[in-house]
Write a protein that binds this ligand. Structure first.
Ligand code: DQA
Length: 146
């Protein structure tokens, strides 16, 4: 089973940006936790990050070409307005889970809406880095069912 984890803009700045919201740990700590979880679950994982909308879309299309089994995506600020990422997600029939580190529903009004979540099977928000690890467990179950 091959899972692709995609992180959107500014997530490479974890540990630098708004620490009271996103915590002190950096992006590489997050990647390490995801890779460790993949070993435990005996799945392959690729972790990708980009600050550029088109690169995220190209990577979603690559997931189709390279036959990935599932996608975990934190589109970051694109969550709230990128119809292009939503369309790219909608074109894939494999399981997809949206993750947010912070509880977007407790924050500014513009963060309450996700235009991308409707193209995913489910969403996890507000559980910090654990959200990615929980999404990986759920992904294994979803892939085994589909
Ligand atoms: C985020 C929430 C978004 O609103 C924000 O733009 C981010 C990160 C999160 O993981 O909590 O960059 O997706």
């Amino acid at each position: 089973m091959k899972i692709l984890v995609i992180n959107g803009p500014n997530l490479n700045f974890l540990g630098i940006r708004e620490k009271s919201i996103y915590g002190n740990r950096d992006y590489w700590a997050l990647v390490g936790l995801i890779e460790q979880k993949a070993k435990e679950l005996k799945v392959e994982v690729e972790v990708f990050q980009s600050n550029i909308e088109g690169e995220i879309i190209n990577t979603l299309q690559r997931a189709y070409k390279e036959k990935f089994d599932g996608i975990i995506i934190n589109p970051a600020a694109y969550t709230h307005y990128s119809y292009a990422i939503r369309d790219a997600l909608a074109s894939l029939t494999i399981p997809k889970i949206e993750v947010h580190i912070s509880n977007i529903h407790q924050r500014e009004e513009f963060r309450h809406r996700s235009v991308t979540a409707a193209a995913c099977d489910g969403q996890i928000a507000g559980l910090g880095f654990d959200g990615y690890l929980l999404a990986m467990e759920a992904m294994v179950n979803l892939c085994n069912k589909s």
